[in-house]
Design a protein around this ligand. Structure first.
Ligand code: NAD
Length: 286
């Protein structure tokens, strides 16, 4: 079984971005800038934000982070977004999710100028993706497709099973697979007899957030597993399927799999950085 190295793949993407930013600097243009907004004090969210900020700066791009208290009013958040929407030096805006409960996340995300929507979650960008004309690609699904392509895993004509139908991962991933001519089955928490479905899949992409969701024998011989889930357990981070315990049996069963950690995770940040640079370039072209 081939272990699909997300870290190495992400590094290649980041190296390319860093070179492009160096060229932008060399010709005397301003560098791309990402604005990140975090509302509240969830330690996991803060660590994700810090990691995005660090990566952005390490690639030579600017990053402004806005840390707002959890009792921030909707109007205060919308005023900040409005300011960033109208700030010509800001190319991309990211709101770290989840927002505290008193916010209507969809309403907040839709307030971002869709041309600055770093995560591709604005209603307009979701619609454009479904029409097959994306303005910006959602980071995790784009990272998954890039991993498949870089590792020579053909998608066209294959039966791909996606587990999870969130707006962040499952739904857009299914959409991208359809566009690449896969035959897609989208499973979710109401799906009956999940292993019967995965056993006839060429590619299984799992994003449910349930360790032990499937066993190695629930896969067809030679299938590909993309394990998106990040589950914190007493034995460290594991996927929905991938873990140090299941690895020996998976190795006998599958042709390729993404590890957890080190698979899809690093690709998500790399694709975010790619979006920031892309949005900057689209603005310049205009
Ligand atoms: P979510 O909770 O919004 O969605 C989970 C989906 O899984 C739902 O559609 C639900 O119907 C489905 N589901 C739950 N239990 C199921 C079951 N037993 N059988 C079949 N389907 C089931 O979560 P999300 O934001 O889509 O994230 C999913 C997982 O992916 C989480 O573990 C999250 O940490 C991880 N994630 C990883 C990355 C990354 O970069 N690697 C990015 C985003 C999310």
């Amino acid at each position: 079984m081939k272990i699909i190295d997300g870290k190495a793949c992400a590094q290649q993407i980041k190296d390319k971005i860093s070179k492009e930013v160096e060229m932008i600097k060399a010709i005397g243009f301003r560098v791309p800038k990402l604005a990140i907004i975090l509302v509240g004090d969830r330690p996991d969210s803060l660590s994700y934000v810090r990691s995005k900020e660090k990566t952005c700066k390490s690639l030579g791009m600017d990053c402004d982070t806005y840390l707002l208290p959890s009792d921030t009013l909707e109007k205060e958040l919308l005023d900040l977004i409005d300011r960033l929407n109208n700030d010509r030096s800001v190319d991309a805006i990211l709101i770290q999710l989840p927002l505290p409960d008193h916010f209507d996340s969809a309403r907040i995300l839709d307030f971002i100028d869709y041309r600055k929507d770093a995560d591709g979650l604005h209603l307009m960008n979701v619609g454009l993706l479904h029409l097959g004309e994306p303005y910006v690609m959602p980071c995790t699904p784009n990272g998954i497709m890039s991993l498949l392509e870089t590792n020579g895993i053909e998608v066209a004509g294959k039966h791909a099973v996606v587990i999870g139908r969130s707006q962040l991962v499952g739904e857009p991933t299914a959409q991208l697979l359809i566009r690449q001519n896969a035959t897609v089955t989208l499973c979710h928490s109401h799906t009956r007899n999940l292993p019967e479905i995965t056993r006839i899949a060429d590619i299984v992409i799992t994003a449910a957030g349930h360790p032990g969701l499937l066993k190695p024998e629930d896969f067809k011989e030679g299938a590909v597993l993309i394990d998106v889930a990040i589950n914190r357990t007493d034995n460290g981070l594991v996927g929905d399927v991938y873990s140090p315990t299941t690895l020996p049996a998976l190795e006998k069963r599958l042709s390729a799999a993404t590890p957890v950690p080190g698979g899809v995770g690093p690709m998500t940040i790399a694709m975010l950085m790619h979006n920031v640079l892309d949005m900057y370039k689209m603005k310049l072209n205009k």
